[in-house]
Design a protein around this ligand. Structure first.
Ligand SMILES: Nc1ncnc2c1ncn2[C@@H]1O[C@H](COP(=O)(O)OP(=O)(O)O)[C@@H](O)[C@H]1O
Ligand SMILES: [Mg+2]
Length: 264
């Protein structure tokens, strides 16, 4: 690549989502959503159940067809070039949907093969050591604990070192130790230059790992900023003040802006 082209591509956002609309029949699950993610950034979509987080990710992953909008991966139209987009993306779905009967070793070989990644026996062993599964490689996926399944699925999502990792509620259902470990892995990924888009409804997660957060509800982005920036921006909002029990927290901002009602 020429240095001009390289400089140009380094300035481009890794991902741009522009005016995305996803509908299921008459239900507009994603209603004109726009945001972009910089290189090395961990970006969180924070929203209550049914807010449209998974639908946004599914459109980016090419699993649902948007009604309208543009999706650009480093400037390349992902809808026009789906194969190129998939090669540069790693995906961890909300509910891990691996072939439950396969062993860890088989799963790693399967996905390495799909992505055309050459892995020697030694590489696989080293990787398994890194994710603390070195003595489990003969176990079937269904025999692993929740934390082990999450670590393995994150490893597999990352197997081809994609520029963009998409993680749908990566730590839901994990105990605090497994959650910490997963956050460490996510941060390590960023240090290697990868960008991450994750969804969560955990304020703690948004605050601990996300560089920037978009609060989304009813398919719309309500506000985007760093976790600190969101508190600064909204701490004087009447709706936020009303729910705060002292110093305004990110959760107060979230509840203030998305309301008290319980979602399905
Ligand atoms: N496959 C689907 N078919 C029909 N409606 C769906 C489908 N997936 C999600 N929805 C609806 O779209 C809205 C957003 O859902 P979703 O994107 O899963 O939200 P979140 O991930 O934030 O919980 C909800 O009203 C949900 O019921
Ligand atoms: Mg979801």
């Amino acid at each position: 690549m020429s240095s001009v082209a390289k400089n140009h591509s380094e300035k481009l956002p890794v991902l741009s989502v522009e005016n995305l609309i996803v509908s299921y029949g008459s239900n507009k699950a994603v209603d004109n959503v726009s945001f972009s993610i910089k290189k090395g950034e961990i970006f969180g979509l924070l929203g209550p159940n049914g807010a449209g987080k998974t639908s946004t990710l599914s459109a980016i992953e090419g699993l649902v067809k948007p009604q309208s909008g543009n999706l650009l991966l480093e400037g390349t139209d992902m809808q026009k070039h789906p194969a190129e987009a998939k090669a540069n993306m790693g995906v961890q779905l909300q509910s891990t949907s691996f072939q439950f009967e396969l062993t860890i070793d088989q799963l790693i070989r399967l996905y390495a093969g799909l992505y055309n990644v050459q892995l020697a026996r030694r590489d696989i062993l080293n990787s398994l050591k890194e994710i603390g599964l070195e003595s489990e490689s003969g176990k079937r996926f269904k025999q692993l604990s929740g934390g082990q399944q999450q670590r393995l699925s994150l490893f597999i999502a990352n197997i081809h070192h994609p520029r963009l990792l998409l993680l749908d509620e990566p730590t839901s259902g994990l105990d605090p130790q497994s959650r910490r470990q997963l956050w460490d892995t996510i941060e390590q990924n960023r240090r290697n230059g990868g960008s991450i888009l994750l969804t969560t409804h955990s304020m703690e997660e948004a605050q601990s790992v996300c560089d920037r957060v978009a609060i989304i509800d009813h398919g719309k982005v309500i506000t985007v900023d760093t976790p600190k920036g969101l508190i600064e921006k909204h701490k004087h909002d009447q709706r936020v003040r009303k729910v705060a029990r002292g110093k305004v927290t990110l959760e107060d901002v979230f509840i203030g802006l998305t309301g008290n009602e319980i979602r399905e």
